[in-house]
Structures are given as structure tokens and as C-alpha cells.
Design a protein around this ligand. Structure first.
Ligand code: SF4
Length: 97
């Protein structure tokens, strides 16, 4: 399990992916999931979002925010919700069905 002792439990100032994030100008559809999205499509969309994050100038700040705020949904800082959850729980990330 990753050492997350540096991630504060204290309330964080509100931080937004926009306007500095690469997702501000990218296809925003890759960052949001509809309730009825098939798992394989969700994984493909998440990979597209992670590719956007890979070139983002605020990736570290974004990831830090998402971990501290326990953002429950979406790709933040190049990590999916499942990947962030796995960092805290040590559980393996579910693979695409
Ligand atoms: S790291 Fe990803 S989600 Fe965060 S601001 Fe950048 S592009 Fe957006």
C-alpha cells in the first residue's frame, strides 16, 4: 500500500481543474461517465482522459487535490477513481471486463 501520510485530512481550499488544466481545452466528455456506460467503454474513456492528464501542467496539484478531497468520481491528475481508492485501501484496481 502506498504511503499517503503526506496527504492532509484537513479541509482543502477549493481547487478546480479549470482553467489551468489541459482538460479545460480537451474533449470534456472523456472526464465524465454516464450511469449506463459499459465497463469497456468507461476504461477506454478513462485511458483517453489519462492521456490528456499526462501532458497537463497542473497534474501534480490536481492529483494532490483529488487525494486530499477524496474525489469519488472521474479522472483527476491521471488517476481514475478506482486507482485513487486502491491507494487508500490497498485493494487491486478492477480490470476491464
Ligand atoms: S491533471 Fe488531468 S484532470 Fe487534472 S487538471 Fe490536468 S488534465 Fe484536468
Amino acid at each position: 500500500m502506498a504511503d499517503l501520510s503526506h496527504v492532509s485530512e484537513a479541509p482543502q481550499p477549493r481547487w478546480s481543474r479549470e482553467p489551468d488544466g489541459a482538460c479545460h481545452t480537451a474533449d470534456g466528455g472523456v472526464f465524465g461517465r454516464s450511469a449506463d456506460e459499459p465497463v469497456a467503454a468507461a476504461r477506454a474513456r478513462e485511458e483517453a482522459a489519462k492521456a490528456v492528464c499526462a501532458g497537463c501542467d497542473v497534474r501534480v496539484e490536481c492529483r494532490r487535490h483529488a487525494l486530499a478531497a477524496r474525489e469519488p468520481y472521474g479522472v483527476w491528475g491521471g488517476l481514475t477513481a478506482d486507482e485513487r481508492r486502491a491507494l487508500f485501501t490497498g485493494d487491486p484496481v478492477a480490470s476491464a471486463a
